[in-house]
Design a protein around this ligand. Structure first.
Ligand code: HEC
Length: 459
């Protein structure tokens, strides 16, 4: 009896011990190999050194952490050849203190993962998206430095309950973008020298048809005048440089307490989706409703508007120095301290109530971790479409890759052929980049995403 008790106690001790293992990766070793050995709950510590690989984490609760020793970092280097730095598909994963550089697609991306934390990383370009959480709930993106992105440096796509705080982003087409997302807080970031500083967008052709409850607060948004170098035909190519903050079709967006200076086009622009993207989507309301522009400091914006912005201002007969520009329709928008702000097109804006403020909301993260049920094969197909493919494809317009209506016409009912192609894509269209291989997705997931696209996707 006594012996049995002891062995039970030992057993319990043993399980407790395996729950919190720390695996160390030394220079010259592989981080991915450590992920393979790790169990949920483990920490992986990466010693300073240069690691030339893609790290794919499809297990839950892995803590991936670089060790910085006397200024030497754990560097993940894509050498301008690999597509992704860190890809996260498990829930409750954290990625910290890595220096990620020169990945063609994404520096750090989450795909349908919940309860993530991306913090204290440096993500260096050239890259497409430096930090890209896509289709997940409850996340934190904090204290990162990201620069040199050919699209958004920090790109929150079709997500919910995410805080993007205390980051520095620069020299990218868009500094921080929230796209078709809900309950997002973008606060205390230093956003400078991009083409567009911060954008909250509602884009057509994506499965999420609304974007609501967004706070852009207490950021420094300065000198976002970088030349737009996005490839012709990309969705961002038409974006005029010089925009501090762009509210594009999103609802209940609060722009509060930001320092907005030296953006040559406009300080804050509130506009309908069509200003940038004209593809129709009749399931979507493209007009921004419920915008509040509250107590920002505007200094020296609008000195040198360019492109579509310049044309727009010229037509309106106002050429210089506009802090806040609103176009198109939209309901229940308001602005505070109107007299201190040079506005154009804000006639439909009410004066905000003196008490209007978002400061009571300190975080958009959920109070407890989100619990997700395991997925069936069909659900996995849809989830993979949402979490991976919509990073580059929409239903009916060109994002990075061709619209999915074109793909449906090409493949008809042949799901297997589609599943095979995405594992080994060839470069077919001269006016598009090559699509990165999706061969890290298991065969059956590739087949279910192919079936989802061909049999179900319709908008
Ligand atoms: C990083 C961006 C990116 C991601 C992510 C992406 N694609 Fe693509 N895709 C492209 C580009 C770019 C092309 C055009 C390539 C060409 O024509 O050379 C393309 C083309 C395609 C085609 C056309 C194939 C053909 O025969 O013409 C299919 C099918 C496709 N993608 C499916 C998918 C699926 C399914 C996913 C998700 C699992 C996905 N893509 C994820 C960028 C992407």
């Amino acid at each position: 009896m006594f012996v049995r008790l002891v062995s039970v106690a030992l057993l319990m001790f043993a399980t407790a011990a395996t729950q919190a293992a720390t695996l160390t990766v030394k220079a010259g070793e592989s981080i991915q190999a450590a992920v393979k050995r790790a169990a949920p709950g483990d920490r992986i510590e990466v010693e300073p050194g240069i690691y030339k690989e893609t790290v794919f984490i499809d297990k839950d609760r892995i803590e991936l952490r670089g060790i910085v020793r006397e200024g030497a970092w754990a560097v993940l280097d894509g050498e301008g050849q690999r597509n992704d730095g860190v890809l996260v598909a498990g829930h409750g994963v954290s990625v910290e203190r890595l220096w990620v550089k020169r990945f063609k697609g994404n520096g750090i991306m989450t795909q349908g993962a919940n309860n993530y934390r991306i913090a204290y990383n440096v993500v260096e370009g050239p890259t497409f998206y430096a930090i890209f959480p896509q289709f997940g709930k409850n996340g934190l993106v904090a204290h990162n430095i990201a620069f040199g992105s050919e699209d958004a440096a920090i790109y929150v796509g079709m997500s919910q309950n995410v805080d993007v705080v205390h980051n520095e982003v620069y020299e990218s087409i868009i500094g921080i973008e929230s796209e078709n997302s809900h309950d997002i807080l973008i606060e205390n970031n230093y956003v400078h020298d991009n083409t567009i500083g911060i954008a909250t967008t509602l884009l057509p052709g994506l499965p999420v048809k609304a974007s609501d409850r967004l706070i852009v607060r207490n950021n420094v948004v300065a000198r976002n005048n970088m030349k737009n170098t996005a490839p012709a035909g990309a969705i961002t190519a038409g974006a005029p440089p010089g925009l501090g903050i762009l509210v594009l079709g999103t609802d209940n967006t609060t722009v509060e307490g930001n320092l907005i200076r030296d953006n040559h086009g406009i300080g804050v622009m509130v506009s309908e989706t069509n200003f940038l993207v004209t593809t129709p989507d009749d399931r979507m309301d493209p007009f921004p409703d419920g915008t509040q522009v509250l107590r920002n400091l505007f200094v020296n914006n609008g000195r040198q508007p360019q492109g579509t912005l310049k044309d727009l201002l010229e037509i309106a007969g106002v050429e210089r120095g506009v802090d806040v520009l609103a176009t198109g329709k939209g309901r229940d928008n308001c602005i505070a301290e109107r007299a201190a702000v040079k506005t154009l097109g804000t006639r439909n804006f009410a004066d905000c109530a003196a008490s209007a403020s978002s400061v009571a909301i300190a975080s958009m993260q959920t109070p407890t971790p989100v619990v997700a049920a395991p997925y069936t094969a069909d659900q996995k197909g849809r989830l993979t479409y949402l979490a991976v493919c919509t990073g580059c494809h929409t239903y009916n317009s060109k994002l990075i890759g061709p619209p999915m209506i074109v793909v449906k016409a090409l493949y008809g009912k042949d799901a297997q052929k589609l599943a095979d192609w995405i594992a080994k894509p060839t470069h077919k269209r001269p006016d598009y980049p090559q699509m990165p291989s999706q061969d890290y997705l298991p065969e059956e997931v590739r087949l279910s995403v192919a079936r989802y696209i061909l049999d179900e996707l319709s908008h």
